[in-house]
Design a protein around this ligand. Structure first.
Ligand SMILES: Cc1cc2nc3c(=O)[nH]c(=O)nc-3n(C[C@H](O)[C@H](O)[C@H](O)COP(=O)(O)OP(=O)(O)OC[C@H]3O[C@@H](n4cnc5c(N)ncnc54)[C@H](O)[C@@H]3O)c2cc1C
Length: 228
């Protein structure tokens, strides 16, 4: 879902804080790639600083236009802190494979990752209800047709936030090992296997809970679920 490409917003990696310095050839400057990665991922990590101590917490998320949506308990330290509008850093990482070089030093991973810097804003009213549907549809595509919508009490216990995708960076690592030339002619290490082992994540067979009637079919939409 690439429905807005933030005209007028800086390109990924174009601000001083987001410019890749370490291995800059892995930088991707197209916003469309950032949005594709965000749409393929399910879990983001968000940082908050409390009394000088950084905490980095994983959460489910969804992208809506040029924002990342998150929701959580109004009792959560992460969500209460972010709702105050303090600066945060969000990262989303997709792991695509392991890279086996001839040396341990040059061995690495294939990945696609996005980082976003900014401050979240709290959503309320219809904007919050729409965000919650977008979250459900990103994390559990098709489920909002079946699932009971949130009650007033549940909404009161929920903080729904939107983080703007203004200042972002994208780093993508692909390709074969970048071996030390000496290892490629070494009598021992030039003989070993080296390359890439691709990695995939997949859903398993659905397991009904003890309250599901025996004649209740597995929803069709689950068969369309894919994860990266
Ligand atoms: C799955 C995975 C595994 C990794 N394993 C290692 C490892 O073992 N060792 C290692 O040194 N590095 C690893 N990296 C790369 C790591 O994330 C950093 O890019 C790297 O350590 C350089 O950090 P830095 O602070 O010097 O980056 P700099 O290039 O100085 O960072 C400047 C700016 O570039 C952007 N940026 C940097 N890294 C990323 C990123 N990954 N995604 C999006 N934007 C980014 C940010 O906006 C940042 O503020 C891994 C990355 C991923 C996704």
């Amino acid at each position: 879902m690439v429905n807005s490409l933030a005209p007028g917003h800086p390109d990924p990696g174009s601000t001083d804080r987001t410019r890749l310095r370490r291995i800059p050839d892995k930088a991707v400057t197209e916003r469309v790639t950032a949005y594709e990665i965000l749409d393929a991922g399910l879990v983001a990590h968000l940082a908050v600083l409390q009394e000088g101590q950084p905490f980095v917490l994983p959460v489910g998320y969804a992208r809506r236009g040029d924002e990342v949506l998150i929701h959580g308990s109004s009792g959560s330290r992460l969500f209460r802190t972010l709702a105050e509008g303090v600066p945060t850093c969000l990262t989303v990482t997709l792991l695509d494979g392991m890279v086996l070089a001839r040396s341990a030093f040059e061995s690495s991973m294939h990945y696609r990752s996005v980082m976003a810097l900014g401050s979240a804003r709290r959503l309320t009213g219809d904007e919050e209800l729409d965000a919650l549907t977008v979250l459900t549809e990103h994390l559990l595509p098709g489920r909002s047709r079946d699932a009971r919508p949130p009650s007033k009490k549940e909404l009161a216990a929920t903080l729904t936030l939107a983080l703007p995708l203004d200042e972002i960076s994208v780093k993508v690592s692909a390709g074969f090992p970048d071996d030390d030339p000496a290892d490629l002619i070494d009598p021992i290490y030039s003989k070993i296997w080296a390359g890439v082992v691709p990695m995939f994540t997949q859903f398993g067979t659905p397991i009904p809970d003890q309250f599901t009637p025996e004649d209740s079919p597995v929803p069709d939409y689950i068969s369309t679920w894919r994860c990266e």
